[in-house]
Design a binder for this molecule. Structure first.
Ligand SMILES: Nc1ncnc2c1ncn2[C@@H]1O[C@H](COP(=O)(O)OP(=O)(O)OP(=O)(O)O)[C@@H](O)[C@H]1O
Ligand SMILES: Cc1cn([C@H]2C[C@H](O)[C@@H](COP(=O)(O)O)O2)c(=O)[nH]c1=O
Length: 263
């Protein structure tokens, strides 16, 4: 009986993929399979009277100084999670595709000047504008792998004269709290030798050294699940460390509600 049910579920799943693709609801490829898995999970949950509520995805953040290897590792982690059958997506902050993100991008590329408090609030607004979509995805069971978050916001602004950690944290209080923050540890000298260092506004060794110290202060906060990763290793070794920590965090996140940052 269970065997027959299993075969039927595969048959209907294939039919549903074809139908959804035909009406253009689902993109082709891996994403469509994730979409179908999630729909199947939702149907199962409905059929059992909601007793099997879908497990939420984990919010995983990678932080570090410029060129520590965050983007490289976020991409590899998302790929590894998807290959092991876990729905996962990458996000990055600043998200330069939104209207706010374009203002930030122009500032970072030194095409526009902005007052320091104002640009700090723009970075935070850029996170808040993405919160509804982040929460929706996490509720659907998608793990989000995020390239920088509020910690970069605080570390970079608080280096500037006249700013303190406390003021810099305020606008981000209440954001979805990451289940895991991995800090990619790399000396500013090594970072400066990596590709394209020096092109954007904050990419000077002195500034990055000061940012590193601010991150160290933030890592003393035990309300956040920090893990330090040695980012001076080769790409594959860094990846293995990151995958190890991520699986644990994904398992734990399933059974606890999403928290609020710095509350
Ligand atoms: N483990 C590593 N060893 C040596 N080079 C690396 C390693 N990881 C990444 N790189 C290289 O360093 C450069 C920066 O990598 P990447 O863009 O992933 O860093 P990032 O932290 O996201 O940078 P940014 O702060 O500019 O967003 C790239 O040229 C990348 O190929
Ligand atoms: C999120 C965030 C970032 N920054 C800084 C950090 C970097 O210098 C740039 C972003 O560069 P990337 O290559 O796009 O990662 O912006 C910041 O000052 N405040 C923030 O909130």
């Amino acid at each position: 009986m269970r065997h027959a049910y299993f075969l039927m579920s595969i048959y209907f799943r294939k039919k549903a993929v074809k139908l959804w693709r035909a009406v253009g609801c689902v993109p082709a490829g891996r994403a469509s399979l994730d979409f179908i898995s999630l729909s199947a999970a939702a149907r199962l949950s409905e059929a059992s009277g909601g007793a099997m509520a879908a497990k939420r995805g984990a919010l995983i953040v990678l932080e570090g100084v410029d060129k520590a290897g965050k983007t490289t590792q976020c991409n590899k982690l998302v790929q590894a999670l998807q290959q092991s059958g876990r729905p996962a997506e990458m996000m990055r902050f600043p998200d330069r595709t939104t209207t706010i993100g374009q203002l930030i991008s122009s500032y970072l590329e030194k095409r526009t000047e902005l007052e320091d408090h104002a640009v700090h609030l723009l970075f935070s607004a850029n996170r808040w504008e993405l919160v509804p979509s982040m929460k929706r995805k996490l509720e659907q069971g998608i793990t989000l792998v995020v390239d920088r978050y509020a910690f970069s916001g605080v570390a970079f602004t608080s280096v500037k004269p006249g700013f303190c950690l406390d003021w810099c944290m305020k606008p981000d209080v209440g954001l979805p709290k990451p289940d895991l923050v991995m800090f990619l540890q790399l000396s500013s000298a090594e970072a400066a030798r990596r590709g394209h260092f020096g092109e954007e506004r904050y990419e000077t060794s002195d500034f990055q050294k000061a940012v590193q110290q601010k991150f160290e202060q933030l890592m003393k906060d035990e309300s956040v699940n920090w893990q330090v990763i040695d980012a001076s290793q080769d790409v594959e070794s860094v990846h293995l460390d990151i995958v190890g920590h991520s699986h644990g965090a994904i398992r734990l996140a399933q059974d606890v509600p999403l928290g609020e940052l710095w509350k």
